[in-house]
Write a protein that binds this ligand. Structure first.
Ligand SMILES: [Zn+2]
Ligand SMILES: [Zn+2]
Length: 346
């Protein structure tokens, strides 16, 4: 089969003809119908995030049709439409048995620790193949599995409740989903903090209160808009110590700041006046859980999570097209998502 693979870190991905994966008794073979090209794939190619085994087929945002199932697989059958949960976990370790598979002792990420979806077919454990309803196109099923899933996990970790106000720092792919999901949770006012005018405009169009961080301190702006109180929940989706601190400072009493963005910087907080005094919480968020994906699929099915057609771009399973999509991803200023659609005759 055809696959587009990372052969050497820092070099362009290459097209390869590799054997069709052989499935074990609990695996399924999926004919890939859509594979999202993610920002982290650009990081893998550049060597910013480390890949242990090369060559490797990238791609962790995958949807397709089941081609073949192992004997022990009962939840899906050949011909079924599915999307893929990208974390492969053992199911037996002390974390898996508690439903915390993102900490699995032997966890693997598809498209990083094992071959991913930039290919005609992919093999995954049956437990990772989730039914995709007919109403959700393959391309949406694919891209939901990463940033939307993480945005949902962040809202869950922050325990957002109906009517609560939410501040979203950063309006990229995560923020775009987070705003819609916060709505689906019936939250109150949503503030979107950005410096990019196009993103601020698009957040405002979607009903958020746009906070331009270039014009004045965003914390002051949020305080002013909330009669001095602050918000109930904040999500930091950028990955900078400065915005993480702002996400904590904009909280009101009992507020929860969920930190999702990655940084190696140090964040400083004055424990008494900035945290203890208001019983605020700072919560780390990593990946998402398989159980959350069914909620996400339901939101997408009933239209509460949408990806407008103009925000999607399609490429073939072609190394040249994929490499240039990865190139432009690095400087992306909008919500455009590029999705690989391998040619298929069924
Ligand atoms: Zn991704
Ligand atoms: Zn485990």
């Amino acid at each position: 089969m055809k696959a587009v693979r990372l052969v050497q870190v820092g070099k362009l991905l290459e097209e390869a003809d590799i054997p069709l994966p052989e499935i074990g008794t609990s695996d399924v073979l999926i004919r890939v119908r859509a594979a999202g090209i993610c920002h982290s794939d650009a990081h893998y190619r550049a060597g910013i995030s480390q890949i242990d085994h090369l060559p490797l087929t990238l791609g962790h945002e995958i949807a397709g049709r089941v081609e073949k199932v192992g004997r022990a697989v009962t939840d899906v059958s050949p011909g079924d439409r599915v999307c893929v949960h990208y974390l492969v976990h053992c199911g037996n370790c002390e974390f898996c048995v508690r439903g915390l598979e993102q900490f699995c002792r032997s966890g693997q990420m598809i498209g990083k620790d094992r071959d991913g979806g930039y290919a005609e077919f992919i093999k995954v454990p049956g437990a990772n193949a989730l039914s995709l309803p007919n109403e959700i196109p393959f391309e949406i099923g694919a891209i939901m599995m990463c940033s939307s899933a993480t945005a949902l996990h962040a809202l869950n970790k922050a325990r957002v409740k109906p009517g609560e106000s939410v501040a979203i720092f950063g309006f990229g792919g995560l923020g775009f989903s987070a705003l819609q999901l916060a709505r689906a949770f019936d939250c109150g006012d949503v503030y979107v903090i950005e410096i990019n005018p196009a993103k601020l405009a698009s957040a405002a169009n979607m009903g958020a209160i746009a906070i331009d961080a270039r014009s004045a301190d965003p914390v002051e702006q949020i305080k002013e808009a909330t009669a001095g109180t602050g918000v109930d929940v904040s999500l930091e989706l950028i990955g900078s110590a400065k915005t993480m601190r702002q996400a904590v400072l904009c909280l009101g009493p009992l507020g929860r700041a969920a930190l999702v963005g990655l940084t190696t910087e140090t964040m400083s907080i004055l424990p008494y006046i900035e945290l203890i005094n208001k019983e605020a919480e700072i919560i780390g968020v990593s990946d998402h859980l398989a159980t959350e994906l069914s909620v996400l699929i339901d939101f997408a099915r009933c239209g509460e999570l949408q990806f407008p057609a103009e925000s999607l771009r399609f490429v073939d399973l072609d190394a040249g097209q994929i490499n240039s999509a990865l190139d432009s991803l690095q400087n992306s200023l909008d919500h455009v998502r590029t999705i690989i659609i391998p040619s298929s005759d069924n």
